[in-house]
Design a protein around this ligand. Structure first.
Ligand SMILES: *Cc1c(COP(=O)(O)O)cnc(C)c1O
Length: 377
């Protein structure tokens, strides 16, 4: 039975609404600059990347070889240890972060997880799933972890291996925890064992190109690392990449005869389409394309801070961040531009598709509503 005319109308209306909302979305870190039309024919097939991406499963309708190329690309970006890394394409960073913490727990069941106040909300849920001991560390004003608080907190629990959940770009202010300073603390305290997971949901796609380069990847001391695919890279379906040291993954792997693969992933059935999109992005953009997009985002972020400041709005950003933080605008403006807000602050995300004129529109909306409020009061 075909869809009824009324239902078709509903879909058309929904599409129009989404298209309009897309042009007014400034508060979330999703890049809208992509075109995956070449992949649409694959939507007629029941792709499923079930199980481990490095094992050929009995079910052949999959995109595993493309997934492996995507992982190879990100292993390069994150300086993963040669011949000792493993990964898979996830449904997003929440899953990748869960995976990193899971590996850490299997390695150090008596470990304590340390994470800063500004860490993504999903960490609490993940720690609850895993039933791991954890301690929240103070954040500095810019959103970065307070290294002194971290040191003092670990110091009084030196018998438990620390598991550091590091933010490589906090959600609200894009503050990056410095892995070299974290490692210094471990060495100073003469810790023997520790684990570092980098939550690089947004910045993982470009941190390698920043100058100066932040300390964030495997070579800087990460044991596992998670990146979102639908954020800086952009995809119409949420996705992500998790990478980890292979020997840590081997501890949890076990073979499952039914699927003819290893049960190394969190989800059993896995998306076979998102790896194709990420592969398309990697092949069309490559390192050079990502670098250019980063350069554009940084230009827009610098422009936005200046434009806000000129209008008397005390906006700011962390060094080399594409996230611009500003005092929470009126509800009307926040609703119109889909701005997230916490503790009196909002942010705009200078994603690769954002232009200066859209920033100008937001600035004038804020100044106009404020003028109106001044008149009314
Ligand atoms: C967005 C984000 C997440 C969650 O990622 P999803 O892909 O939405 O699951 C985790 N951590 C940080 C820092 C984020 O910005």
């Amino acid at each position: 039975m075909p869809l009824s005319n009324a239902d078709k109308k509903r879909l058309e209306e929904k599409l129009r609404q989404i298209d309009q909302d897309t042009s007014m979305s400034l508060g979330y870190p999703c890049n809208f600059n992509y075109n995956y039309q070449e992949l649409f024919p694959f939507l007629d097939y029941s792709l499923n990347n079930i199980g481990d991406p490095y094992v050929s499963p009995s079910y052949k309708i999959n995109s595993l070889e493309f997934e492996r190329e995507v992982l190879q690309f990100f292993a390069g970006l994150t300086r993963a240890p040669k011949d000792n890394w493993w990964g898979y394409v996830t449904n997003g960073s929440t899953e990748g972060n869960l995976y990193g913490l899971y590996l850490a727990r299997e390695l150090y069941p008596e470990g304590i997880v340390y994470f800063s106040q500004h860490t993504h909300y999903s960490v609490s849920k993940n720690l609850h799933f895993l039933n791991m001991r954890h301690i929240m560390i103070r954040s500095q004003d810019n959103g970065e972890i307070d290294y002194d608080d971290l040191r003092e907190t670990i110091k009084i629990r030196r018998d438990c291996p620390p598991i550091i959940f590091a933010n490589i770009g906090t959600t609200m202010t894009e503050a990056k925890d410095d892995l070299s300073r974290i490692r210094e603390i471990m060495e100073d305290l003469a810790m023997e064992n520790w684990y570092i997971h980098s939550d690089a949901a947004l910045c993982g796609a470009y941190a390698a190109f920043l100058e100066p380069r932040p300390a964030w990847d495997f070579a800087d001391g990460a044991d596992s690392l998670s990146i979102s695919g639908h954020k800086f890279i952009g995809s119409p379906i949420p996705s992500g990449i998790v990478l980890a040291k292979r020997r840590n993954v081997e501890r949890i792997a076990h073979s499952v005869a039914y699927i003819g693969s290893m049960d190394t992933t969190i989800s059993g059935s896995r998306n076979g389409f998102t790896p194709l999109m990420l592969w398309h992005a990697v092949r069309t953009l490559g390192r050079e394309g990502l670098k250019q997009r980063l350069a554009h985002s940084l230009v827009i972020a610098r422009y936005a801070v200046e434009a806000f400041n000129k209008a008397g709005i005390p906006a700011w950003r962390n060094p080399n961040a594409i996230t611009v933080v500003l005092p929470e605008p009126s509800r009307e403006v926040r609703d119109k531009w889909q701005l997230a807000s916490t503790n009196g602050f909002s942010h705009i995300m200078c994603m690769p598709h954002l232009t200066e004129s859209v920033v100008d529109d937001l600035v004038s909306d804020i100044t106009q509503t404020e003028d109106r409020q001044v008149c009314e009061s």
